[in-house]
Design a protein around this ligand. Structure first.
Ligand SMILES: CC(=O)NCCS(=O)(=O)O
Length: 338
C-alpha cells in the first residue's frame, strides 16, 4: 500500500495522522437500519407508526428499533451537517464512518459533508451482517470478496472514485454465518495486502468477539490493527473482558449516550450506562490497556441526533470527557455492579 502507507485516507484524500485531531472511531452519518427492525410490543403499534413527537420521545429512546422512520438516518443529511459543525466547535477533528455494504453507504454524501464542515471523514469498506448480504455476495469466493474490499480502498467504492480508509464495520451475527466467515477471511486477506485497520461488529452474544478474532487470526489478519466494536453490550464479566483483551485487538466502547432499560436486541443484556462505561474504561486502564481503548457514540438512528432530543456527536467531548476528568482523582473506583 505504498501511496497510503503511514497516512490516513479520508473521503477527500490522504492526510497525515497528526491532522486527525480528536477522532470518533465508530459513527454513522448516513445509513439505513431497516434490517434490524424489532416489531413493537403489543399495544405499542400506534406509537411505532406515529410521527416522532416530543411526547413520544421517552418511548422512542427505549424502543428505538421499533419505529420505522427512526431507522432512516439517511433522511437527515442537513441535521447531520449541523451536528458536524457543532462537533468541530466542540474540538472534534475526524470521524470514522462505519457504514458498509448492506446498510446504504453513501460516499458522495460523505464527501459533501466533509467539504461543507471541515471534519475529516474516513469511510468503511466491506460488508455488514449476513441478513444484508445479497445472493450475489453469498455466492462470492473469498478471493472475489478480497478483490472488492481491496478495490474499495485503492480505487473507490460503489462506482465512485471515493476511496474508503478502513475495512469495517464488518458484520457478524451469532452464531457467525458461513457468508460472514468468508467476509472475515477476505477482510484478513485484504488487510494483509494493504496494512490498513479493520473494525468488527460482533454478534450480540459474549462469545462472538473472541470467535471473530480467531477467524481473522487464522486467515492471517493483524489483530493489533483490529478494532472490536460494541463491547458495551457484549462482554460484562471483568475476567471474561480481560481474557478477551489479551487477544490483542483494540477495545471499543462506542455506544456512549445510549441509556436504555432493555436492550431490544437481547433482553438478557443489561446495557452499560455512561457512568458504567467510564468505570469500565478506568478498570481497563488500571489493567494496562490504556493505549488499546477507543470510544465513540455509534449514532445510527435519528433519535440520537440533537434535532430529536438526542445527545448528538459532541456528547463525548462535551460531557463524557469532563466526567472522566472529574473522576481522575477517584480512578481507583470499583468495577460497576455486574
Ligand atoms: C449500526 C450498528 O451496527 N450499530 C450497532 C448496534 S448494536 O445494538 O450494538 O448491535
Amino acid at each position: 500500500m505504498p501511496e497510503q502507507s503511514g497516512k490516513v485516507q479520508t473521503v477527500l484524500g490522504l492526510i497525515e495522522p497528526d491532522q486527525l485531531g480528536r477522532t470518533m472511531t465508530h459513527e454513522h452519518l448516513t445509513m439505513t437500519f431497516e434490517c434490524s427492525h424489532v416489531p413493537p410490543a403489543p399495544g405499542d403499534e400506534g406509537l411505532a407508526a406515529a410521527p416522532i413527537e416530543m411526547k413520544h420521545l421517552h418511548w422512542l429512546q427505549q424502543n428505538p428499533y421499533s419505529h420505522h422512520e427512526n431507522l432512516l438516518l439517511n433522511q437527515e443529511i442537513e441535521a447531520v451537517k449541523e451536528e458536524l459543525l457543532c462537533y468541530r466547535k466542540a474540538g472534534g477533528g475526524s470521524i470514522v464512518e462505519n457504514t458498509t455494504t448492506g446498510i446504504t453507504r453513501n460516499l458522495p454524501v460523505l464527501r459533501q459533508l466533509a467539504k461543507e464542515t471541515g471534519v475529516h471523514i474516513i469511510a468503511g469498506a466491506g460488508y455488514y451482517v449476513d441478513v444484508t448480504h445479497s445472493d450475489e455476495t453469498r455466492k462470492m469466493t473469498v478471493e472475489k470478496l478480497t478483490d472488492i474490499i481491496v478495490n474499495e480502498i485503492l480505487h473507490g467504492a460503489d462506482g465512485t472514485d471515493i476511496r474508503c480508509g478502513v475495512i469495517g464495520e464488518i458484520g457478524t451475527s451469532w452464531p457467525i454465518t458461513e457468508s460472514e466467515k468468508k467476509v472475515l477471511r477476505a477482510t484478513a486477506h485484504a488487510q494483509t495486502q494493504l496494512g490498513c485497520p479493520v473494525i468488527i461488529h460482533p454478534g450480540r452474544n459474549k462469545a462472538t468477539p473472541g470467535e471473530a478474532i480467531r477467524i481473522l487470526q487464522e486467515a492471517g489478519g493483524d489483530i493489533s490493527k483490529t478494532v472490536m466494536s460494541h463491547l458495551d453490550r457484549s462482554i460484562y464479566d471483568p475476567r471474561e473482558l480481560l481474557e478477551f483483551a489479551k487477544m490483542g485487538s483494540y477495545l471499543e466502547y462506542d455506544l456512549f449516550g445510549t441509556e436504555v432499560l432493555n436492550y431490544q436486541f437481547n433482553l438478557d443484556v443489561d446495557m452499560l450506562s455512561d457512568s458504567q462505561r467510564v468505570q469500565t474504561l478506568a478498570f481497563l486502564i488500571r489493567e494496562g490497556y490504556e493505549d488499546r481503548i477507543l470510544i465513540a457514540h455509534d449514532i445510527h438512528t435519528k433519535h440520537r441526533l440533537t434535532k430529536y432530543g438526542g445527545h448528538g456527536f459532541s456528547h463525548i467531548l462535551k460531557n463524557i470527557v469532563p466526567k472522566m476528568l472529574s473522576r481522575v482523582c477517584h480512578s481507583a473506583g470499583l468495577w460497576h455492579q455486574a
